[in-house]
Structures are given as structure tokens and as C-alpha cells.
Design a protein around this ligand. Structure first.
Ligand code: CUA
Length: 192
């Protein structure tokens, strides 16, 4: 009967090849990890990422019954300093209003609430990109440099009509802003 040795296949102690391979492997993995962390930090700072502000709660089942997100309050209100606050409800399968009008070159705060399920929204060509979770108010602060029209699609799958859920953002010169919005607390939009 042959003798079985459990140590026969181990490399002789002091074998450097295995050790060099281990060090190369550990070194390259550390370098890749540091590179990925660096990319996250750089893009966060460079593209102005900011964490979503889902700290403000709201009762999503009664948005239409009054309060901040009742129908008359939806749209854009211009403050005396020219900045704008836009209030939007996201629901299956539309944003209300579905055309937002905002002043160019002024601070814009967009506040969204969902009336049903989780939605998402982004404004093309900008860093505006956030989720809208029922029960919370999503707040985004931004500024639109140039006049023009941008698309604002829902980017979170929210049901069979998801692909049809989008709005437009019309950026206009502050001087051509709908005059009934100036210095009155009346919300306006470009929705028909
Ligand atoms: Cu709302 Cu997808």
C-alpha cells in the first residue's frame, strides 16, 4: 500500500514565485479600488452631485385635498428677488403640470411629490436628476443658464404607462416670464 503524503504538493518553503504573485495581485487590486474611489469623488465634485433631500415627509394619499401640492399651487411662483419655486406632482403617468416654465439665470427650486408610486425625473442636459418617493418631498436646487426647451422624462419604471410619462421644461428670459407670476403668489405653467 502506497504511503500518502499530505505535504508532497506544497511548494518548498522559501519559494519566492508564489509570494511575488500574491503581492502583484494584492497591489493591483488595491490600485483598482483606489482608482474607483477617486472616480466617484472626482465626478461628485465636478458634476455637482448632491444627495437627494428626502427628509421632508408628506401624506401622498391626500395631495389633492389641499396644502402645498393642491392644484392651484402647482407650477412656478416667482419670488420678489426673481428666484423661482416650481411645484410638481408626479403620478401614473404624468407630471402635473406637464410643462414647467422657469426663468433663465435665476435660482430655481423644484419641489416634487408623488401621488402614488415611486417615480424619477431628470432634466436633459443638466444635473437635475432625482427620485420621487411617495411619502416624501423631493427638493432640487438648480439654475438654468440659457433659454430653451428641455425634456423632463420619468426615469423610474412606474407601470405600463411609464414610457409616456414626461414633461417639458421651458427656460425663458426673466423679462418674458408670464407677467401674472411676477410679485404675485400665483403659480403659472406652460401646460395647455
Ligand atoms: Cu413615472 Cu416612470
Amino acid at each position: 500500500m502506497a504511503e500518502i503524503s499530505t505535504t508532497a504538493k506544497l511548494p518548498p518553503s522559501g519559494d519566492k514565485r508564489g509570494e511575488v504573485g500574491e503581492r502583484l495581485w494584492a497591489g493591483s487590486m488595491t490600485a483598482i479600488t483606489l482608482l474607483l474611489v477617486g472616480v466617484v469623488v472626482y465626478t461628485s465634485a465636478h458634476w455637482g452631485f448632491h444627495p437627494p433631500s428626502q427628509v421632508e415627509t408628506i401624506d401622498s394619499t391626500s395631495l389633492h385635498e389641499g396644502g402645498e401640492f393642491s392644484e392651484a399651487n402647482l407650477g412656478t411662483v416667482i419670488a420678489p428677488d426673481g428666484s423661482a419655486v416650481v411645484r410638481v406632482v408626479a403620478q401614473q403617468y404624468a407630471f402635473v403640470p406637464d410643462c414647467l416654465v422657469v426663468p433663465a439665470g435665476k435660482p430655481v427650486t423644484i419641489r416634487l411629490a408623488s401621488a402614488d408610486v415611486v417615480h424619477g425625473f431628470l432634466v436633459q442636459g443638466t444635473n437635475v436628476n432625482a427620485m420621487v418617493v411617495p411619502g416624501y418631498v423631493t427638493t432640487v436646487h438648480t439654475m438654468f443658464k440659457d433659454p430653451g426647451e428641455r425634456l423632463m422624462p420619468c426615469h423610474e419604471f412606474c407601470g405600463v404607462g411609464h414610457q409616456a410619462m414626461w414633461a417639458r421644461v421651458r427656460v425663458v428670459e426673466p423679462s418674458s416670464f408670464p407677467s401674472d407670476a411676477n410679485n404675485k403668489q400665483k403659480a403659472v405653467s406652460c401646460a395647455p
